[in-house]
Design a protein around this ligand. Structure first.
Ligand code: GLC
Length: 570
């Protein structure tokens, strides 16, 4: 992109858009999206103004966890297309200046992966040690979810999806580890042959022109060498379902082990093998950990730069209530915790999280809140990731219980289901929202509001959410202060003649680069605010989340309408 200085890399200056391929665009008439569908929608994405696509898994898979159970790392599931279609997607995306990031599911395979089939076949199999097999724990007593009191799992770990993290294999008399479904056995990365094979998978895709990887649950790939029991979590919610063993523990031994960092450095070295000017590769990791543990995944090379992930995904804003002070604190803590070389990033939604327009459900005007949230995501310092459909304000769908597909929803109860954020993209007002033809049933039901909430309708409406995203992405791209500037949050007061009072209902920050300055002011409440921005006199509003004003303003008396966000040129 010519208007960017070359000293920032694409994954720093750009914006990532997550496509959940099953739900984006069906072109084969089976009710499931495919790669050809992504190709057909590239012009939409280029017009929206995103710089990279992260595709959730596209590999051959029995789909027990919708592709997060990989049976072949070096191919494309026929449901989605084939390698030739994939190559065309990469070429067509690159032709539009859009990078491709693949989901690299490295902690576990499918139980149908040939390596697991072989590993399971006998205790003497050459691949036995490619997975984590252990004898039953001797003795009787508490069975921690095991189904046989005489036969206890090797330790007390629970699965994220309910029940124990171990499944007993009758034929060979041992348990294997899986922190997700039994259909997702965990690889033994401590075995050098496993590591070598998995690093070759990265080379396979880098050679096909892939620009980056999003590494699934990467903090889990190394477990305690002795597989010690996790301690109980004293703060666990007492109302958790009985089989939520995982939710009752502190995950001290089942992930985030010191040794994991050396493995991530090995992965990074492979990405670096393919680094070339204009072809920089980006390693992103899914890391759900407290800040001090999380920040270590950037790595710390002797030369003062990072040698692990370019971007450990920052999910810290997601669980927060919709409160200005809480958001500000999280961002300020993040900024303070980052080493100088580390590039920040922000995420508000993905295929595991409740959709934005529904998450802040206590709010009376969720669509206005979703607009303010979009402005925050796209004006903070660092790389934003947008989840597909957020640009339309898509809501979390209510899935009828008999149509729940997501494994945790089935095993732990409907409230654990992630289906509601994975419904088909809403393109048009036609039957099935333009996602698939009218005569097939989409794999998940499409919420009825697609009739008005769809890309075609919003494209025509100058004040729509879609046009807000387009403007935010466009303005960000044109404005170095926004895509690379420093960040500083500001204390503001309510504008009053006497007794000015600190205003905690808005989040206000400055972005600044080379003398160019932008003020972002986000009103988090459902009433108008009049604020005084200390030290600033006048400015020009270049964008309001209502998309209806561009005007000069006095900053000692700045009015923000309910849930309004504005960008002010200073
Ligand atoms: C990650 C994915 C999630 C998946 C799980 C197991 O958390 O984001 O969708 O179910 O890993 O692979």
């Amino acid at each position: 992109m010519t208007n960017h200085p070359s000293d920032l890399l694409w994954w720093q200056r750009g914006v990532i858009y997550q496509v959940y391929p099953r739900s984006f665009q069906d072109t084969t008439g089976n009710g499931v999206g495919d790669l050809e569908g992504v190709i057909q929608r590239l012009d939409y994405l280029a017009d929206l103004g995103v710089d990279a696509l992260w595709l959730s898994p596209i590999y051959p898979s029995p789909m027990a966890d919708f592709g997060y159970d990989v049976a072949d790392y070096c191919n494309v599931d026929p449901l989605f297309g084939d390698l030739a279609t994939f190559d065309r997607l990469v070429a067509e995306a690159h032709a539009r200046g859009i990078r491709i990031i693949l989901d690299y599911v490295l902690n576990h395979t499918s139980d149908q992966h040939p390596c697991f089939v072989e590993s399971r076949s006998s205790r003497d199999s050459a691949k036995r040690d490619w997975y984590i097999w252990r004898d039953p724990r001797p003795g009787e007593g508490d069975d921690e979810g095991g189904d046989d009191r005489q036969r206890r799992p090797p330790n007390n770990w629970g699965s994220f999806f309910g029940g124990p993290a171990w499944t007993f294999d009758e034929a060979t008399g041992q348990y294997y580890l899986h922190q997700f479904l039994p259909e997702q056995p965990e690889l033994n990365w401590r075995n050098p042959a496993v590591k070598a094979a998995m690093l070759d998978v990265i080379r396979f895709w880098m050679e096909r022109g892939v620009d980056g990887l999003r590494m699934d649950v990467v903090w889990l790939i190394i477990k305690d060498a002795d597989l010690r029991d996790n301690p109980p979590n004293p703060d666990a919610d007492p109302d958790l379902p009985p089989n939520d063993i995982h939710g009752r523990q502190l995950h001290v031994y089942s992930g985030d082990q010191e040794e994991v960092h050396a493995y991530i450095r090995d992965i990074r070295r492979v990405l670096d093998e393919y680094e070339a000017p204009g072809k920089e590769r980006c390693g992103i990791g899914e890391i759900y950990l407290p800040l001090a543990r999380w920040v270590r995944y950037y790595g710390a090379a002797a030369d003062g730069t990072g040698d692990e992930l370019h971007l450990p995904y920052n999910f810290r804003l997601i669980p927060l209530p919709w409160e200005a002070a809480a958001m500000r604190r999280s961002v300020d803590e993040m900024e303070a915790a980052l080493p100088p070389f580390a590039w920040p990033n922000y995420v508000l939604g993905n295929h595991d999280q409740v959709r934005l327009a529904t998450r802040y459900g206590g709010q009376r005007q969720p669509q206005l809140v979703a607009r303010t949230a979009a402005m925050m995501l796209l004006t903070l310092r660092g790389t934003p990731t947008i989840y597909y459909g957020e640009e339309l304000g898509m809501e979390q769908a209510q899935i009828p219980p008999d149509r729940i597909q997501d494994p945790p929803g089935v095993k732990l109860g409907p409230s654990y289901s992630r289906d509601g954020c994975r419904t088909p993209m809403q393109w048009r007002r036609d039957v099935n929202a333009g996602f698939c033809s009218a005569d097939v049933e989409p794999w998940l039901p499409i919420p009825g509001n697609f009739v008005s909430r769809n890309a075609a309708a919003q494209s025509e409406d100058p004040a729509s959410m879609l046009n807000l995203y387009r403007r935010l992405l466009h303005d960000r791209r044109q404005t170095p202060a926004l895509y690379r500037g420093h960040y500083r949050s500001l204390d503001v007061v309510e504008a009053r003649d006497t007794n000015p009072k600190a205003c905690d209902d808005c989040f206000v920050y400055l972005r600044e680069w080379n003398g160019e300055r932008r003020l972002v002011a986000l009103n988090f409440v459902d009433r108008s605010l009049e604020i005084d921005v200390p030290g600033e006199q006048t400015g020009r509003i270049t964008l309001s989340s209502y998309l209806d004003r561009e005007e000069n303003v006095d900053l000692d008396h700045l009015t923000l309408r309910p849930h309004e966000g504005i960008i002010v040129e200073l």
